[in-house]
Design a protein around this ligand. Structure first.
Ligand code: NAP
Length: 501
């Protein structure tokens, strides 16, 4: 967007913030319906969201490719069962081209402030590249967009390089460094085997060992690729994968025999891959399986047993220049510290920049954790839809299926608004409260609330605010279709061209 803040604002129907899977999916749905009055505001210099930002060695997805892609796009010729990060990024870039979205995407355009105007029934948005007035605001900023770097005593004195996995640079390592990796989550288990191969020494600081099961990735054969190029076949495979993954939700409810079977799968993987009793004990989790993400890896445990790798079974406590001290008291001389420490997921950073009716800041509305109706609408924030936000993520199935469910909901709302000359819709406080109670009831018996501390739970309220406490299919049944009943609606006559005067 070349306009400056003194130029006339861009006046548009829909402003989408973020050009990751959710934002690109939303834009595709609008474009395919013949709507061209929309813009995608993206602060970075390219599209792809988390798959643009995360380029650390070994980055890949642990959901099968045919499920982790848009069902409404032609099948993509995936090379492997689990897609590599770079391939997913190419997939999203190609989607933008194929769907004709390029003219709608404003790169280098950061949301600074979005205010609801009651007088105009629209969002008045300030960006780093000028003002936008939009009837509807779609927040598609993702959960994994703001790196979390823990507050470690003395970190600023570190004489080497500190890098978060989501801020990787290819020129960072020349080989032969002494590297510390903080964290043993999904990103860590992917990056550790790659770093271990070239490091002089690699120290893995693990506050909590993860449960790990076999990944069993493989390349598709030429015959399989030909078969999966047929849309009906790809669709059938996707359905099977979806149903298969959804069956795992029984584990998250702690139901037997499912939870015992997955625990045994993880234990036997550990027994098979780690013989030394001390290391095996240090890698044995003491919390319920599924409470944190269950990781898929065949090369994490072997990497920990390389002669140049040290598994430090405690967190990084403090740093003094090149010395990193673990909570156990052990110290290590390091050249590079890799923070595989996750994201500011429970607290959407962009929420401080969004003001709804009466000037209420979204972050204040969410001061005890994110709440919503249908995981998509928020009371006090008319004509705003949040994708991949409150209780819209999953630990056991595809985020893309969830996003598509929300796209259906938003498209339903927009169609309803257009058909009925509606300028503003706002979900009622009662509907939001009832939905929040429903989430609390559904989540009470899940492992996320009974099994351990995890970032799925908001520390301010102890509520499960990130994950949908059910199957992917139940999310679609509950939240896939827009129903105007719980909304307060403001209509205004439109002119002959269907535009609001
Ligand atoms: P994460 O799952 O939040 O893991 C962060 C790690 O850092 C954990 O081991 C955590 O330990 C540790 N940690 C955080 N703060 C710490 C502190 N102050 N001191 C010591 N240790 C600390 O982050 P992530 O691995 O980047 O993954 C985030 C999410 O990204 C995943 O859950 C998943 O949704 C997504 N992801 C997906 C894939 C995929 O293949 N689909 C791959 C990578 C990431 P504790 O457990 O003790 O908190």
């Amino acid at each position: 967007m070349s306009r400056t803040s003194t130029a006339e604002p861009l006046v548009i129907d829909v402003a989408i913030v973020g050009a990751g899977f959710a934002g690109i999916g939303m834009a595709t749905q609008l474009a395919r319906r013949g709507r061209d009055s929309f813009v995608v505001l993206e602060r970075a210099g390219g599209v792809g969201g988390t798959w643009r930002d995360n380029t650390y060695p070994g980055i890949a997805c642990d959901i099968p490719a045919h499920l982790y892609s848009f069902s409404f796009r032609p099948p993509w010729d995936w090379a492997t069962l689990y897609p590599q990060g770079a391939e997913i990024r190419r997939y999203l870039e190609q989607t933008v081209v194929d769907e004709g979205l390029t003219p709608h995407i404003r790169l280098g355009c950061e949301l600074r402030d979005a205010r609801w105007s009651d007088a105009e029934s629209r969002w008045e948005i300030e960006t780093s590249a000028g003002a936008v007035c939009a009837r509807v605001l779609v927040m598609a900023v993702g959960r994994l967009s703001e790196p979390h770097i823990p507050d470690i005593d003395g970190l600023e004195s570190f004489t080497g390089t500190v890098v978060h996995t989501a801020q990787w640079r290819d020129d960072l390592l020349a080989g032969g460094e002494r590297i510390g990796v903080v964290g043993t989550g999904a990103s860590a288990v992917q990056v550790i085997p790659h770093l271990a191969a070239d490091a002089e020494e690699l120290v893995v600081f693990s506050r909590t060992p993860p449960y790990v099961v076999p990944r069993d990735d493989r390349r598709f054969t030429v015959e399989e690729r030909a078969e999966l190029a047929v849309p009906e076949r790809a669709q059938a495979v996707r359905q099977d994968m979806l149903a298969d993954a959804d069956r795992a939700f029984r584990q998250r409810l702690g139901l037997r025999p499912d939870i015992d079977a997955i625990r045994e799968r993880a234990s036997s993987h550990l027994r098979r891959q780690v013989a030394a009793p001390g290391l095996r004990a240090a890698l044995t989790p003491d919390y319920e399986i599924g409470c944190k993400r269950i990781l898929l890896s065949d090369d994490f445990y072997p990497a920990l047993q390389r002669p140049n790798v040290v598994f430090e079974p405690s967190a990084l406590d403090s740093v003094v220049e090149c010395k990193a001290r673990a909570v156990s008291g052990q110290t290590y001389d390091l050249d590079v510290l890799v923070m595989a420490t996750g994201f500011e997921a429970t607290r959407l950073p962009a929420a401080v920049r969004v003001r709804g009716r009466h000037g209420e800041v979204l972050d204040d509305h969410w001061s005890a954790g994110m709440v919503s109706f249908a995981s998509t609408a928020v009371h006090g924030f008319p004509n705003m839809f949040v994708l991949d936000g409150p209780n819209a993520a999953l630990g056991h199935n595809s985020a893309i299926y969830m996003i598509e469910t929300q796209l259906d909901y938003v498209v339903g709302a927009l169609d309803h608004m257009a058909r009925n000359a509606i300028v503003a819709i706002e979900v009622t406080a009662a509907a939001e409260e009832a939905y929040t109670r429903e989430i609390d009831e559904r989540s009470a018996s899940t492992v996320w609330l009974t099994g351990c501390n995890s970032w799925y739970v908001d520390p301010r309220s102890g509520r499960l605010t990130l994950l949908w406490p059910g199957t992917a299919v139940s999310f679609r049944e509950r939240n896939g279709t827009f129903d105007p009943t719980p909304y307060e609606i403001e209509s205004r006559p439109v002119d002959e061209g269907g535009r609001y005067p």
